[in-house]
Write a protein that binds this ligand. Sequence first.
Ligand SMILES: [Zn+2]
Length: 207
Amino acid sequence: MALTPDEFHQHALAATDAERRLPLSRMTMWEISPFEQDGLRVTPLRPPVTPEPPRHGEDPATCGICGKRDEGVWFNERWRLARVSGVGVPLVLMLYPRDHYDLAELPDEMAAEMGLLSTRIVRHMQAVPHIARAHLYRFGDGAAHLHLWFFGRPEGQAQLWGSWLPVWDDLLPEYPAGPADADAALVADALVASSGGSRTPQGLTTR
Ligand SMILES: [Zn+2]
């Protein structure tokens, strides 16, 4: 069993200064950190919040992701792929189950399909010229409806390697929509070729 919320908080507090600030993280010592250590300080630690507040869409009846089951660039009966706009890297795609599931609730068949689709989406993104690598993330603290992030890293931007990428993405100016839409279409066409499905939701039966 993990530490209780209070035990964990006390454990972390023991490493803080008089203002409850932890020392700067090891990641800020990394030469690809987007922040220089000088002038940077850590937010004071706050006490745990229990019970945790509900996430968006905890009740499927009010889930906004369920309401967009027909939005995206690729679809099959169970899954859809959409482009996330307003980002700084060349291409961010999101894979969602069309019906309401979180990761831990996925039936085995859908979990197996998620693995295949994720592998192929990464492969197809990395085939796009000037996207050096596609990174896959799953969080899930904001929305209850499963959503997998695929981040395309721009070729040659060596500062954007690794786990700082989502922070760099937030710092960078918005990437132009024209090339991002065109590259999303390349990935979607490749996914139709590798995995079936369709570029539109029409004609697909729902569960
Ligand atoms: Zn939902």
